[in-house]
Ligand binder design. Structure first.
Ligand SMILES: *[C@@H]1O[C@H](CO)[C@@H](O)[C@H](O)[C@H]1NC(C)=O
Ligand SMILES: *[C@@H]1O[C@H](CO)[C@@H](O)[C@H](O)[C@H]1NC(C)=O
Length: 362
């Protein structure tokens, strides 16, 4: 009895598993069929490898025909591996004696940075900044922004400021789309030592921090959107589209705060974007200065409110740097040079913090 019973049970199980296998096959075939159809449909319209997400993030109508002039400027400025350095400039920052001059000067004073000027593309927001750029530098590109007026010092967190920041993210996304890697740098960042030797080799998106917590993988670091190195690949192209489209979810925030909101989003781990945070040890600023002159790569006038305060303190910073560079190689290693800044930047920042709580970019 036991045996028969067992036999029936086995038969039923066998029949059940047959049925199961058949069902599974049918379902699989159907899925494969759908998959192929889906891939086919998506690939005819999208060059990217993540069709599942395409309906979310690609506005096909905006799939740009890129300005041939932009292609030409990027092509002329790019390094052998298609990398360019990009900054953006408006009139207030381009004025004689203002930030742009200090920025260019830093490349000339920096260690192994002068030649990098050959790869710098300056994106200008208005006609005046553009003429000023052309007078001082060879690669300038005016971004067409119909009806926009970014001439005056775009006041922090006004609608103009926000718009400009987002236009920048969109633009940088299109640079990636065109196949160029870039280092984006704010113009109030002094380039004191060639950063390419200090970047991580194996990262898609590496970004400087206002405050660094000691671990370059730690998503709790406080990134600063003013300096990042991004390699062009399908992950970063998707990431920039995602970042740009996320502005709709947070209409009052600017790019950097939105980055802080989305940096832990599952989408980013799904696409396996390799994010690293750069230490303030080499990529410092007035929030958290690079202490060791022998290691500093860039210094950012962050944690500072007001153009005049930035200009004042950056001038002093470059004087500190010149004194250090005037030493012999040997003396430099022994020297315990330190910054005489922030001065006006610190007071301006403290005042702002005591007053209205300032939520924007530092
Ligand atoms: C790029 O270089 C070519 C060849 O030197 C030159 O004809 C062209 O005008 C340059 N384009 C720009 C936008 O600088
Ligand atoms: C842009 O704004 C500045 C001052 O804010 C003004 O002087 C200039 O005429 C404006 N330009 C345009 C094209 O509206």
């Amino acid at each position: 009895m036991k045996d028969t019973f067992a036999g029936v049970a086995v038969d039923t199980a066998a029949a059940g598993s047959h049925l199961f296998v058949r069902r599974a096959m049918q379902v699989t075939m159907m899925l494969v069929g759908f998959g192929v159809l889906w891939l086919f449909l998506c690939n005819t319209t999208s060059p990217f490898g993540f069709p599942t997400f395409s309906h979310y993030f690609i506005d096909e109508s905006s799939k740009a025909d890129y300005d041939p002039k932009l292609d030409s400027v990027l092509g002329n400025a790019s390094m052998k591996d298609k990398t360019v350095i990009i900054t953006t400039l408006n009139d207030a920052w381009a004025e004689p004696g203002s930030i742009f001059e200090l920025f260019l000067e830093s490349f000339r004073l920096g260690k192994d940075t002068h030649k990098l000027l050959n790869h710098l593309v300056v994106i200008t927001w208005d006609q005046k900044a553009h003429s000023r750029c052309l007078a001082l530098h060879k690669y300038c590109y005016q971004l067409e922004t119909k009806g926009d007026n970014f001439t005056s010092e775009a006041f922090f967190m006004t609608p103009d400021y926000l718009h400009m920041m987002w236009r920048r993210i969109e633009f940088l996304g299109s640079v990636l789309d065109m196949g160029y890697n870039f280092v984006f740098t704010d113009t109030d960042i002094m380039w004191l030592r060639n950063p390419f030797k200090r970047f991580f080799k194996d990262a898609d998106f590496q970004i400087a921090c206002d405050f660094f917590k000691g671990n370059s993988y730690d998503l709790n670091n406080m990134p600063n959107g003013g300096f990042n190195y991004v390699k062009s690949n399908k992950r970063t192209i998707w990431f920039y589209k995602f970042w740009f489209s996320s502005r709709n979810s947070y209409p009052k925030l600017h790019d950097q705060d939105v980055l802080n909101k989305i940096k832990k989003h599952p989408f980013i781990s799904d696409i396996k974007l390799k994010i690293r945070f750069l230490s303030t040890g080499s990529f410092g600023g007035f929030c958290e200065p690079s202490k060791d002159f022998n290691k500093v790569s860039t210094m950012h006038a962050n944690c500072c409110i007001g153009l005049n305060n930035k200009v004042n303190d950056l001038k002093i910073l470059l004087e500190d740097w010149k004194k250090y560079m005037a030493l012999s190689e040997n003396e430099r290693e022994q020297s315990h040079a330190s910054w005489s800044v922030p001065q006006k930047c610190r007071t301006s920042f403290q005042r702002a913090q005591k007053g209205k709580k300032n939520k924007g970019r530092l």
